[in-house]
Design a protein around this ligand. Structure first.
Ligand SMILES: O=C[C@H](O)COP(=O)(O)O
Length: 256
């Protein structure tokens, strides 16, 4: 955790979820209640097909709804894409950009990710900018260099603590059940914090840095307690309300 920084527990459903899954969102919306919701933010990013109806389920809840990607342009001839404006029009408030699955499946570069984050700012969305090293990059000792390069390339100059969240997701930890040691997480997050402060000053001190990659109810407390870890970006374990709420609930103790 970072003193004075409000944690964010975020779920990314990836290409999972149909209308039948809306019951889970309803249960999450009911579960993220006061007093914890006064100290901890919560977010679910369902597939685009569920975005609008999901926000309608959350009108009386602190649970926010976001999208998993956006196009860098506001509108136009881009078949199959979704603009940040469209997400905002559906009452979404966040958008994930630069997830490693997008970087791999769609060859997204740092330059493109930065443009998508800028599009998110223009639509008053908060961009969750994902970065992280591959297994080979870690083995060859390049982790911090990769984080430095991705932060510099993917995060726009206009980033603030309000419009930007960083998500550190080691690619080898995503969906594998593997996680870095808490010492490795601490080292990576301290490094990112320093980079952000060097570039953005006080905004960088307050910018949230999430950890993502095999976060589960069983390991969440240990990971979320690490210095400069300001929440989680959860894949698989965000599909079930009980798991998501168990992870959110670790902040009962951490914020006590
Ligand atoms: O966006 C979420 C991450 O890719 C983590 O996924 P995971 O929790 O299934 O490992």
């Amino acid at each position: 955790m970072t003193p004075e920084v409000r944690p964010l527990v975020a779920g990314n459903w990836k290409m999972n979820g149909t209308r039948a899954s809306l019951d889970q969102i309803k249960a999450m919306a009911e579960g993220v209640s006061k007093p914890l919701s006064e100290k901890v933010d919560s977010l679910i990013c369902p597939p685009a097909t569920l975005l609008y109806v999901a926000t309608a389920l959350c009108t009386d809840s602190p649970l926010e709804i976001g999208a998993q990607d956006c196009h860098q342009n506001a509108s136009g001839a881009h078949t199959g894409d979704l603009s940040a404006e469209m997400i905002a029009d559906c009452f979404g408030t966040y958008v994930i950009v630069g997830h490693s699955e997008r970087r791999t499946d769609h060859a997204e570069t740092d330059h493109l990710v930065r443009a998508k984050a800028e599009a998110a700012f223009a639509a008053d969305l908060t961009a969750i900018v994902c970065i992280g090293e591959t297994a080979d990059e870690r083995k060859s000792g390049q982790t911090l260099d990769i984080l430095k390069r991705q932060l510099a390339g993917s995060v726009p100059d206009g980033a603030t603590a309000e419009n930007t969240v960083i998500a550190y997701e080691p690619v080898w930890a995503i969906g594998t059940g593997l996680t870095p040691t808490t010492a490795d997480v601490a080292e990576a997050h301290a490094f990112m914090r320093d980079e952000l402060v060097k570039r953005f000053g006080d905004e960088g001190k307050r910018m949230r840095i999430l950890y993502g990659g095999s976060v589960k109810p069983g390991n969440a407390k240990e990971l979320m307690a690490v210095a400069n870890v300001d929440g989680a970006l959860i894949g698989g374990a965000s599909l079930k309300a009980s798991d998501f709420l168990a992870i959110y609930g670790v902040y009962e103790e951490l914020t006590a």
